[in-house]
Design a protein around this ligand. Structure first.
Ligand SMILES: Nc1ncnc2c1ncn2[C@@H]1O[C@H](COP(=O)(O)OP(=O)(O)OP(=O)(O)O)[C@@H](O)[C@H]1O
Ligand SMILES: [Mg+2]
Length: 616
């Protein structure tokens, strides 16, 4: 669409209005003038005709046609508007006329007067004179005929044309004046508008606070006033907005800083933190939580808790969420055993100010280390207790053994003396029993002394394979006799340890003795050595295919005086002595057994690698 400026529009409107007015005025005035003029002409013609009729009465009655013709001609010549004039008698015959070349036949009987007619006018289209207003007036009330005067329409038209031309010229002048006026007015009217536009553009480009001078007090002046006020208000609001924006930006920066701080705190938390929203989706999660779930924290974000990789956690969560949604202010905690550790899990619901449920916070703390530390502490406490118990028992045993040793030696000596003094036929059976029991008592006392005695032997780097072979050579025959098959599996290297050979041999013999006792009907005895993968210790394993040990007494076998053997067969000190010796060597002894499936005793001794000779 054509874009016109306000000035052009005002000009177009003004000029258009003036043109329209001009046209209307010209048409109206022309029409009015032509009608008036025509009527004037006809009236003039009528008057002339009446005058002619009056003056020709006499000539018509006296038949003075020459005078009548003169009269008619004079009349015609007196006025250029008269095209022709003629007089007819009562019978309609033309008496005189002003036509030079004979009376035109087409005029005869065209405009006749009826009796009583005062006058008559008719527009005729004649060959000679074109359009003519024929005005007929009776002479002597029609009794002496009538006179006709022809007023030329062409003349009327010509006059009208002159008037019209003058009118158009005036209208043109008026239009010219109107154009100039419209240009001036539109310029005056649009000038403040142009200033307003200029100021508005500057405001748009950021130059706020523009003011326009109001030249008038009309509506435009009011508009300029309103604009100035609006511009001022805009500047004020802009400043307020800028200030507010600055504050918002500062707040946003603070919020971002706080958010980053919070994020850093959450990410550096040792506890796993997960927030589950109302749709059961994880909307917050830190790295520690990711580790607990066995995946990357970013993988968990946005997921449904039920979709997460840990099936154990998913089912736990399902239950907890159900309870949490039902109970406002729900708080719960429990230990969580997962494949990769033990955790302390705590759950608490989050509610909005209106009490609406917003989600669930899940905190999980890895307590695997704490638990193992506690277990280790418990084990150490028990070990200490055991050790103290052993020391006490050892002290008591040493005291008892010492006290019993002397009377036992006396009993034995006296029994042997009585045996020597009694003749050969005498009954010595009671005495033999006495001697046997006393000897057994001495063995027990020896064991007690062995248990309570601290090692004072010589510690030396020893090849354990050789020591085992040496010890086994002492019992090989006994094993064969009892139907026990011996199998050995020695590690080729790295089986050296710093030990008291005698004491370790005592340990080995005790373990073999126990194995033999457990295999009354014969069996297999397997002895092996090996260096642990971390090369810290050498392990000696003594495995038998004997009766095995019941689970409920397995943790008692290292206790002093614990025995399952019948009265007089065992002291229950064998394994206790083994444990003491091994611990004195800073080693470890463990037993593994199942009833009916044999027993394995493992002795771990610190590895002491052979020193490699170097050339200095
Ligand atoms: N290899 C084994 N097979 C089955 N049970 C065993 C074995 N070693 C030990 N035991 C059980 O452990 C108990 C304690 O053993 P320990 O060597 O301390 O005492 P003991 O053998 O009973 O007596 P002692 O060693 O004085 O002869 C035994 O009575 C036996 O029940
Ligand atoms: Mg034993």
């Amino acid at each position: 669409m054509l874009r016109l400026s306000l000035r052009t529009k005002i000009m177009i409107c003004c000029i258009g209005l003036v043109v329209l007015l001009d046209i209307i005025v010209v048409i109206f005035v022309r029409n009015h003038l032509s009608n008036t003029l025509r009527a004037e002409y006809i009236v003039k013609g009528h008057n002339m005709a009446v005058n002619l009729a009056a003056r020709s009465e006499h000539f018509v009655l006296t038949d003075e046609l020459v005078s009548l013709l003169q009269l008619v001609k004079d009349l015609k010549d007196s006025d250029v508007d008269i095209t022709y004039a003629y007089v007819v008698d009562r019978k309609g015959r033309v008496l005189v006329h002003t036509f030079g070349g004979g009376f035109p036949m087409d005029l005869i009987g065209v405009n006749t007067l009826e009796p009583g007619d005062v006058w008559n006018e008719k527009l005729l289209d004649t060959v000679e004179a074109g359009l003519v207003h024929d005005i007929a007036v009776p002479v002597l009330q029609g009794k002496a005929g009538s006179v006709h005067i022809g007023i030329s329409e062409h003349r009327i038209q010509q006059t009208i044309s002159h008037f019209t031309l003058a009118l158009v010229a005036i209208a043109g002048f008026v239009l010219l004046v109107a154009i100039v006026l419209a240009a001036v007015v539109s310029w005056m009217v649009t000038q403040p508008v142009r200033h307003l536009i200029k100021a508005a553009r500057k405001i748009r480009d950021g130059e706020l606070g523009q003011q326009v001078v109001a030249a008038s007090k009309d509506e435009i002046g009011e508009l300029v006033g309103s604009f100035n006020q609006m511009s001022k208000e805009l500047l004020k609001q802009h400043k307020i907005l800028e200030d507010r924006n600055r504050r918002i930006q500062t707040t946003q920066e603070q919020v971002a800083w706080e958010r980053d701080k919070l994020r850093t705190i959450i990410d550096s938390m040792a506890e796993g933190l997960i927030f589950v929203d109302t749709e059961d989706r994880i909307s917050l999660c830190n790295e520690s939580a990711g580790q607990i779930w066995g995946t990357d924290a970013s993988e968990l974000l946005g997921k449904f808790v039920y979709e997460c990789p840990s099936a154990e956690l998913c089912s736990t969560f399902e239950k907890i969420l159900k309870q949490a949604k039902q109970k406002p202010g729900f708080i719960a905690d429990h230990a969580l055993d997962l494949r990769h550790g033990r955790y302390l899990a705590s759950y608490s619901t989050v509610h909005g100010e209106d009490g609406r449920y917003l989600g669930l916070v899940f905190l999980s703390l890895d307590i695997s280390e704490r638990v193992s530390l506690e277990q280790e502490q418990k084990r150490l406490r028990e070990q200490l207790f055991q050790h103290e118990k052993m020391v006490l028992i050892g002290q008591i045993a040493a005291g008892v053994a010492h006290e019993l040793n002397t009377p036992l030696a006396t009993i034995l000596l006296r029994a042997q003396l009585i045996e020597q003094q009694t003749d050969k036929n005498g009954d010595l059976s009671d005495l033999k029993v006495l001697e046997g029991e006393a000897k057994r008592c001495r063995r027990i006392v020896d064991s007690l002394l062995g248990f309570s005695r601290r090692s004072e032997g010589v510690i030396s780097r020893t090849d354990l394979n050789g020591l085992i072979q040496e010890s086994l050579s002492l019992v090989e025959n006994d094993l064969t006799l009892k139907g026990i098959k011996l199998e050995t599996d020695y590690s080729r290297n790295g089986t050296t340890a710093c030990v008291d050979s005698n004491q370790i041999q005592q340990v080995l013999l005790n373990l073999v003795a126990n194995a033999v006792d457990a295999m009354q009907g014969g069996g297999y005895l397997h002895i092996s050595t090996r260096l642990l993968p971390d090369k810290s210790s050498v392990a000696i394993q003594v495995t038998d295919s004997g009766d095995g040990i019941k689970e409920d007494i397995l943790n008692q076998v290292f206790e002093p005086f614990f025995t399952t053997k019948e009265q007089g067969k065992g002291t229950g000190l064998g394994l206790a002595i083994c444990q003491r010796i091994v611990e004195e060597h800073e080693g470890e002894i463990k037993i593994r057994s199942q009833p009916g499936q044999g027993t394995t005793v493992s002795v771990l001794l610190p590895h002491a690698p052979m020193e490699v000779a170097t050339d200095e």
